[in-house]
Design a protein around this ligand. Structure first.
Ligand SMILES: O=P(O)(O)OC[C@H]1O[C@](O)(COP(=O)(O)O)[C@@H](O)[C@@H]1O
Length: 402
């Protein structure tokens, strides 16, 4: 488990210089270097007047005053952290902007009134009806991706099909704009999930619909980056560019995402399972035996496991990444393209695993955009032990009301 310490010692290097001098961006859009309009941003200058020790497998350096040297996401990317291209830096600046708007929205006292201006699509079941905030979040992200001019196609869980944005956009973005939103009225954490691929230039000659679909159905092994943003007591962007998994916490006073969890390594084994166990009697024999075994402390790890289930994928996954164990949904419910692939990439980059109960998620070739599957994410030893029970995928999926 990781720990955080906060002391009230003033530091000299925060907010960093970068608030005034933008990071290396060759193709930058003027709006990119600011959280809000520049003038408003200057008024926010001041930030936190104390030192925070970076959390996790920290390699953060300590400055002359003994304070931890802060790094923003843009600085991290701009300095070549994770070997990212300038084009990806631009794209991330727009993602940051969109997610900060969504973070403000989910915390807004007015978000419940949004429902009045949206109606659910005909024919959908009560449970599947799009929630207003899903739609608003989707529109915010769409407009940011368009503005970035770096995205050829966006495929969202909220849309029926992929949306073609720019012929010369170097990237393809697949996303779930606001997962867990049905819990939002109770202020339970929610999250956005993104997977980023390169545009397949060899498909450029195809008709738009066809190339949009094929670009969006790339295998998870082709992901160049993925991230989730958790909207909770803190807003956290956890990302990988293929060289480790790193989390950045939003400093609301300046609008910067600060590197707080560099090089996250998931514990090889946890003591927590995370599942909706009201479905126990719909589970297959293998999954029941696995859960019964570990909760009695009779598994390979001879300690009794505890249960934690928020029913909000990003939050359940974030906890699992930090504390270890397994976050699972054993029925065909979560989506391969928008959820399973990006989160499995993050899990693997942190030394964990993403499985459908039998196979590595990233090895699966998506055949449909909205393809659903069982999903097990977590500590490598726990996932291996679970898979050894064989029969862990829930086939009975009656459609639950809550
Ligand atoms: O009802 P279950 O099987 O517990 O599923 C809960 C999961 O569904 C989700 O709410 C996503 O479902 P939706 O895509 O229908 O919003 C996840 O956040 C959560 O992990």
């Amino acid at each position: 488990m990781h720990s955080a310490t906060i002391s009230l010692k003033p530091i000299s290097n925060y907010p960093s210089e970068s608030l005034f001098s933008p990071p290396k961006l060759h193709n930058s859009h003027p709006r990119l270097n600011f959280y809000a309009e520049p003038t408003k941003r200057m008024a926010l200058f001041g930030g936190l007047g104390f030192k925070i020790s970076a959390i996790g497998n920290s390699n953060a350096s300590v400055d002359d005053n003994g304070g931890t040297e802060f790094q923003t996401l843009r600085e991290y990317m701009g300095k070549g952290g994770g070997n990212v291209s300038d084009e990806l830096v631009v794209l991330y600046s727009h993602l940051e902007y969109a997610c900060k708007r969504i973070a403000a929205l989910v915390a807004s006292p007015f978000n419940s009134t949004l429902g009045k201006s949206f109606s659910a699509s005909a024919g959908s079941t009560e449970r599947d009806k799009p929630k207003p905030l899903d739609i608003v979040a989707n529109e915010i992200i769409l407009s940011s991706l368009k503005n970035s001019r770096k995205v050829a196609v966006m495929a969202s869980e909220e849309d029926d099909g992929p949306v073609w944005l720019a012929d010369d956009g170097p990237f393809v973005v697949v996303l779930d704009p606001l997962d867990g939103s049905r819990n939002i009225d109770a202020s339970i954490p929610t999250g956005s999930i993104f997977g980023i691929y390169k545009r397949l230039q060899e498909l450029d000659h195809l008709p738009v619909e066809e190339k949009a679909m094929l670009n969006s159905l790339q295998s998870g092994t082709k992901l160049v980056a993925s991230c989730y943003v958790l909207y909770s007591s803190a807003t956290i962007m956890c990302t990988t560019f293929g060289s480790g998994t790193h989390a950045f916490t939003l400093d609301h006073s300046t609008g910067d995402f600060i590197l707080t969890h560099p090089n996250i390594i998931i514990p090889p084994r946890g003591q927590i399972y995370s599942v909706n166990d009201a479905r126990y009697f719909d589970w297959p024999e293998g999954l029941r035996r696995y859960i019964d075994t570990v909760r009695q402390g009779k598994g390979k790890y001879p300690k009794k496991y505890s249960a934690r289930y928020i029913c909000s994928l990003v939050a359940d996954f974030h906890r699992t990444l930090l504390y270890g164990g397994i976050a699972m949904n054993p029925r065909d419910h979560l989506r391969l393209v928008y959820e399973a692939n990006p989160l499995s990439f993050l899990a693997e980059q942190a030394g964990g695993k993403g499985s459908d109960g039998k196979l590595r998620i990233l090895s699966l070739q998506p055949v449909k955009l909205h393809q659903r599957l069982p999903l097990f994410l977590g500590s490598p030893d726990d996932i291996e032990e679970l898979q050894s029970y064989g029969d862990v995928q829930q086939k009975i999926n009656p459609g639950y009301e809550v």
